[in-house]
Design a protein around this ligand. Sequence first.
Ligand SMILES: [Zn+2]
Ligand SMILES: [Zn+2]
Length: 157
Amino acid sequence: MNIAYHCPACHRAVRQPVAAGQAALECDHCHGQILISPTAITEQRLNGCLVCPSTDLYARKDFPQRLGVALVVLGFIGSSIAWANYQVLWSFAILFGTALLDLVLYLVMGESLTCYRCGAQYRGFEEIELHGGFNLETHERYRQLAARLKDRPDSSS
Ligand SMILES: [Zn+2]
Ligand SMILES: [Zn+2]
């Protein structure tokens, strides 16, 4: 299991392994610590974000979006070239081949969890699907919360 987050103290990106029973996260850069609640991870399952107090997390396929799009474009171009050269069979083979590759890639990729509030990402945990997929309403709620906190003039934190 591992976590990727932005350190609240120095705002730099940190990626490190995390295990059940671990007491704290320590930033690689500034060595700032974030205490982990003992109930945050039970067995291999994540119950809430370790970086912020939020328990709202969403599951997402770790699919390399750019690679997926590149494959589709490549398939289209290759297919068009074959088509222009009267290679009808090849034209279809290339198109379906790249589409299939896209699908396989999607299926073999693992799932990650992302915190709505702070954007921390978690990988290698189990029962990730219990958290549910991305929900726009929840996302909007956190976006507005963040905006309100930023606008508040007497913000002490
Ligand atoms: Zn730090
Ligand atoms: Zn969080």
